[in-house]
Design a protein around this ligand. Structure first.
Ligand SMILES: [Zn+2]
Length: 309
């Protein structure tokens, strides 16, 4: 090991720096070897985050068990005031967290954050974050602004309490008032197929299933959509915070690659983000000729030695 490292100091040094707008994809080639950071974890082609707003009890009783059985995990954006006092008890919220689902922050009173002073925005987000943390043991990492209403001021303040804010989403539901937005199974399949085809991050938003303002007329459509999404090749289904963290790490962390004479690569990650908040491993894609392999590394970890085949 010592000899290998010594010889690597004498080898060519290949800095590999990621531009902030490239979603983490940057390649450095030498002697037909390339190393890049995958745009999504596991070198998936696209990502999907299934999010749920307002803490409707259907989400616990109907949605979460189906997600568990399919190996999917969702992000549940909960309203702080009165949380745990209704049907969605703290036992149930803690259970969701322990099963790997994400508990997110949806404000204290479901107020339009754009329409209240900055101090009130802070209060809405802090109170909810504190309350959730006191029960599940850690702060929510994600925020969904009520009514999906935000501006730069709201986003700046939200950044004090989260690593990610939901600023885009595909609303799913079949309430009659949805009109043209009626979401049946073919429409949802077509949407997620497009996400995979285009290599994007799709985020869905659902409220109730049998109850609530956008309840479903044909709930089987949603169950079949979940099954379909879970079966799609190349789609990374993960919580909102996980995908957001991965993308931020891929965009902002860098990797130095040294090529050693013994046929090894020494890859040294460098990342200035907070390791307590950004905990997703980064997937590296290593190509040499016809060979393409992926490995996961800790962006805050020690240098990784990889032996080329
Ligand atoms: Zn809401």
């Amino acid at each position: 090991m010592t000899n290998l490292l010594l010889s690597c100091f004498l080898s060519i040094f290949l800095p590999l720096t990621n531009a902030p707008d490239n979603q983490g994809v940057e390649t450095s080639d030498t002697d037909s070897v390339s190393v890049s950071i995958a745009p999504f974890h596991g070198n998936a082609r696209a990502a999907l985050s299934l999010t749920y707003d307002d803490g409707c009890i259907d989400q616990y009783e109907l949605i979460a068990p189906r997600m568990d059985s399919l190996g999917l995990r969702g992000t549940f954006f909960l309203i702080g005031k009165g949380l745990g006092e209704g049907a969605l008890s703290w036992d149930k919220i803690v259970s969701l967290d322990r099963r790997g689902h994400e508990i997110g922050n949806h404000g204290w009173t479901h107020t339009d954050l754009r329409k209240i002073p900055s101090d009130s925005v802070r209060s809405e987000l802090r109170l909810t974050s504190d309350l959730i943390a006191s029960h599940i043991g850690h702060r929510p990492k994600s925020i969904a602004p009520p009514f999906n209403s935000y501006d730069k001021r709201v986003l700046d303040i939200a950044g004090e309490f989260s690593i990610a804010v939901r600023t885009f989403q595909k609303g799913l539901g079949q309430g009659k008032h949805f009109g043209q937005r009626y979401t049946d199974l073919p429409a949802m399949k077509s949407w997620i197929d497009g996400i995979v085809r285009d290599g994007k991050w799709g985020v869905t938003m659902v409220h109730g299933i049998r109850d609530g303002w956008d309840k479903w007329e044909h709930e089987e459509d949603y169950w079949n959509f979940l099954k379909y999404a879970a079966s799609l090749e190349g789609l990374w289904a993960a919580t909102f915070a996980e995908v957001a963290a991965y993308r931020k790490e891929a965009a902002e962390c860098s990797l130095k690659v040294e090529r050693c004479p013994e046929g090894a690569l020494v890859m040294t990650p460098q990342c200035n983000l907070d390791p307590k908040l950004y905990t997703m491993p980064l997937t590296l894609v290593i190509r040499k000729g016809e060979i393409c392999e992926t490995i996961d590394i800790d962006p805050f970890g020690a240098p990784v030695i990889y032996f080329l085949k």
